[in-house]
Design a protein around this ligand. Structure first.
Ligand SMILES: [Zn+2]
Length: 330
């Protein structure tokens, strides 16, 4: 949601330890940042823990790690639009004072597709890394507490690796609800335009758009962005779905926000106090709509992840993996 560091992305390097599908995915090599616990209280952390708590208890040290991972992209991926679902802004001319909007629907879909792909890659990493959480019989192994995980995109302890990928991927999805008009409403007391874009008022989860498990199973060529864009466009629930413009990078291109719906002033619901957050339509306040939608979505993602662990590793090992993630001393 709100970003701490806006430094240019650091040089990237490819890690080749994953299957061919992920061969092109780059991970930012980060130098030491502040400990993740410094950002406690962030909305991402609250949403993530609330979603996990719906059906499972997550113990204290483990909770702290999930909280830290859920905030990590705001620390070291702040300039990557894909990690925050930024720059998928678009308006029909009827909502833009009759003028053609500077971003085409297709370009907005491309930006949205980079975000969906980002979350998909993180989920896939988490599934793969989970193999190291348990032995062949499903007994958790090498699960240590003590010092906090370092969420710097380098591999560390097995549990930290899985939580980092889950947390970063979920961050992007949570940001989708905070940064888009999916769940919110336009200010009913003002005309609709680029500073007051239409709100869709839709319920979460966004069943098809954010079916990350489906993308993992079906989108084997991560590099085919035309195909990603077509898939995501066909799964988006409305022509009017949009996020806001933020001056960071979409696939290496710095964004110019003039004439566009702005993340900062017009659309984000990162805190309870933004202009868009405070809009009330009927009995609903936009911040609450976005927050609840994010929690509902992450609950779905966690359920899907557990099911995919079972499908991939069998029920017994998967149950051990879930224990290893939730319990401090499994
Ligand atoms: Zn963010």
């Amino acid at each position: 949601m709100s970003r701490v560091g806006n430094a240019r992305p650091r040089p990237v390097t490819t890690i080749g330890l994953l299957i061919v599908m992920l061969g092109s995915v780059t991970m930012v090599m980060s130098t030491a940042g502040p400990p993740a616990s410094a950002f406690a209280g962030n909305v991402h952390a609250r949403m993530t823990i609330e979603a996990l708590y719906t059906e499972d208890s997550v113990q204290s040290w483990s909770q702290t790690q999930f909280k830290g991972a859920s905030q990590a992209p705001d620390v070291d991926e702040g300039m990557e639009a894909k990690a925050h679902c930024d720059n998928a802004d678009y308006l029909a001319s009827e909502d833009n004072d009759g003028k053609t909007y500077p971003v085409s629907r297709n370009k907005a879909d491309f930006a949205l597709a980079t975000c969906v792909r980002y979350a998909t890659v993180r989920y896939k990493y988490a599934l793969d890394f989970a193999d190291e959480l348990v032995d062949a019989s499903g007994n958790p192994k090498n699960i240590t507490t003590g010092r906090n995980c370092r969420f710097d995109l380098n591999k560390g302890r097995p549990k930290c690796n899985v939580i980092e990928q889950l947390g970063r991927g979920w961050h992007a999805i949570e940001d989708f609800y905070a940064h888009s008009n999916y769940a919110d409403y336009a200010d009913p007391n003002k005309k609709v335009d680029r500073t007051n874009p239409p709100g869709l008022g839709l319920d979460a989860p966004a069943v098809k758009l954010w079916d990350v498990s489906w993308y993992v199973a079906n989108m084997h060529n991560l590099n085919d962005m035309d195909k990603w864009t077509r898939q995501v466009a066909s799964r988006r629930p409305s022509e009017k779905l949009a996020t806001g413009c933020y001056p960071n990078y979409v696939n290496g291109t710095k964004q110019n926000c003039s004439g566009r719906t702005k993340h900062d002033h017009d659309l984000n619901k990162d805190t309870e106090n933004t202009r868009r957050s405070r809009v009330v339509n009927l009995a609903f306040r936009n911040f609450d709509l976005a927050y609840r939608a994010g929690v509902t979505e992450i609950r779905r993602q966690w359920g899907d992840f557990k099911r995919d662990l079972s499908n991939k590793y069998g029920e017994i090992r998967a149950a051990g993996m879930v224990r290893a993630l939730k319990l401090d001393k499994p």
